[in-house]
Design a protein around this ligand. Structure first.
Ligand SMILES: [Zn+2]
Ligand SMILES: [Zn+2]
Length: 275
């Protein structure tokens, strides 16, 4: 079973599930590795105002991250003879935060860092007010522009998380999407990742609900055409029932796109396994 490299637990402000419950589900599914990647989004836009902080343990300071890593180290030891538990984090990127994120990345011994663009123009891509009276094609372009800036300014992540996140939430965004329409900016994003040894993830969070992966299959195909080889699989599960969701079907799709191996990161180094 393909390793799940994007998993949330109670250390994320929007999840309740204990780390052990996710790990035990992964064992049940026959995974040999799992990576816990809880949310750390500095300055996340709060909408509605009582919405989640998206900071580790709702604090996100160095002490919270140290406690998080200590907990993961303990779980890793407990399950060492049954599964490999890796320590990751999902960092929410915004251009003005990139120095802060670079400092954070170098201060802690993560195995794996997902760099995610959840916002653009300081608003959550999930916030429908973003798109009021706006041409959806323009909004999608603006999202990709900001993501490119994030990728260029913050170099310390391993894979770009759900890199077309805007297609998940922008009204009509998925329906109007073709690779050609955004080809220039998407090629630039993919090349910026490939030339710096970074990869993409195939995120299955909306595979069952919306029959989509993030990114879109055409983006994965183009990534392979451009020589990209590093791809992780992530369910982005916030509950154990969704762990590894869709990996079998999506694995076949990724192979059809021209990528035969999935990656598992240890101390930021990818190791490759047949899909
Ligand atoms: Zn995310
Ligand atoms: Zn996530």
């Amino acid at each position: 079973m393909i390793a799940d490299m994007h998993v949330h637990t109670r250390w994320s402000s929007d999840a309740e599930v204990p780390v052990c419950e996710q790990v035990e589900r992964a064992i049940e599914l026959g995974m040999e590795s799992i990576c816990i990647t809880d949310h750390q989004d500095f300055d996340a836009p709060r909408f509605p105002p009582d919405y989640f902080t998206f900071l580790i343990d709702d604090r996100g300071d160095d002490a919270a991250i140290s406690e998080y890593l200590a907990d993961l180290a303990k779980v890793k030891e407990t399950y060492a003879d049954r599964i490999e538990v890796l320590a990751g984090i999902e960092l929410g990127m915004q251009p003005y935060l990139c120095e802060k994120l670079t400092a954070l990345a170098s201060s802690f011994p993560f195995d794996f860092i997902i760099g995610s663009t959840h916002t653009f123009h300081k608003m959550d891509a999930e916030d429908k007010r973003h798109y009021d009276g706006m041409d959806i094609g323009l909004a999608v372009s603006q999202y990709f522009q900001e993501e490119l800036e994030n990728i260029k300014r913050f170099q310390s992540f391993d894979v770009a998380g759900h890199m077309d996140f805007v297609l998940r939430y922008g009204p009509g965004a998925l329906e109007q999407f073709t690779y050609a329409r955004y080809g220039d900016i998407l090629d630039e994003i993919l090349k910026a990742l490939i030339t710096t040894g970074r990869g993409i993830e195939c995120n299955t969070s909306k595979f069952v609900a919306k029959n989509m992966t993030n990114p879109h299959r055409d983006i994965i195909k183009r990534y392979a055409e451009l020589g990209g080889e590093i791809i992780t699989f992530g369910s982005d599960s916030h509950v154990s029932a969704r762990l590894g969701e869709g990996f079998k079907a999506v694995g076949e799709m990724v192979k059809d796109c021209g990528i035969q191996y999935y990656a598992v990161f240890r101390q930021h180094k990818p190791a490759f396994y047949p899909i």
